[in-house]
Ligand binder design. Sequence first.
Ligand SMILES: Nc1ncnc2c1ncn2[C@@H]1O[C@H](COP(=O)(O)OP(=O)(O)OP(=O)(O)O)[C@@H](O)[C@H]1O
Length: 231
Amino acid sequence: MLTAINLTKTYGKHQALSDLNLSVNKGEIFCLLGQNGAGKTTTINLFLGLIEATSGTAQINGVTVTPNSNKTTQMIAYIPEVVQLYGNLSGLENLNFFSRLAGFKYSNSELSNFLVKAGLQESAHQNKLASYSKGMRQKVGIAIALSKNADYIFMDEPISGLDPKATLEFTKICKELSNEGKAIFMATHDIFNAVNVGTKIGIMKEGKLVHTSNTDAITAEELQDLYLKTI
Ligand SMILES: Nc1ncnc2c1ncn2[C@@H]1O[C@H](COP(=O)(O)OP(=O)(O)OP(=O)(O)O)[C@@H](O)[C@H]1O
């Protein structure tokens, strides 16, 4: 389970995140909505151990996150908005490089299986990254996350800039991963997609989580109304 307990981050006098309390179980997809600067990335960075909490705790599977702690980083994977990969390497070579960096050594057929599971067709595996679309790069990012065999996957605006077909494919993969028992925590601006892919949604305003609900209790239209009233 992912747990935030009174999680707070301040920069000088500015509270980027105030007293966040939430939990995300395995098999759940939590979609965090909020305007620019609401505190979504700050929340993710605290769970990733990239920044230190001013007070409160972020826990992964009961283990408190501390900056650069191996204990928690082993349990998580991260897919950023723009997946940074090497343009002169193929998708397969990029996956090989990044999975080795994380301490895993896979055969080419195992690497290929991760790419296929992430939705990247086999004919593209040996092509240079420079020729990939944003959606294809995103799939290599997913494959890297899969190769880490992490139970907790964080995503920061993963569908921004994807076309509708790539978004749909991405949504399908997220649902498959949650069905396999992974927990996904996603920051997004896309209300419709949040309702579609998420099991839970949260709305953040000025560093505070001001609303949470299960997505089966709310339609996209209702969420849009609520969002506009809330922010
Ligand atoms: N290193 C930093 N130093 C000072 N202020 C920061 C720093 N990082 C973030 N902030 C501030 O904290 C607040 C929350 O930022 P954060 O990046 O978490 O927002 P966000 O919801 O992810 O926004 P966006 O949707 O634009 O990505 C903002 O006011 C931001 O300016």
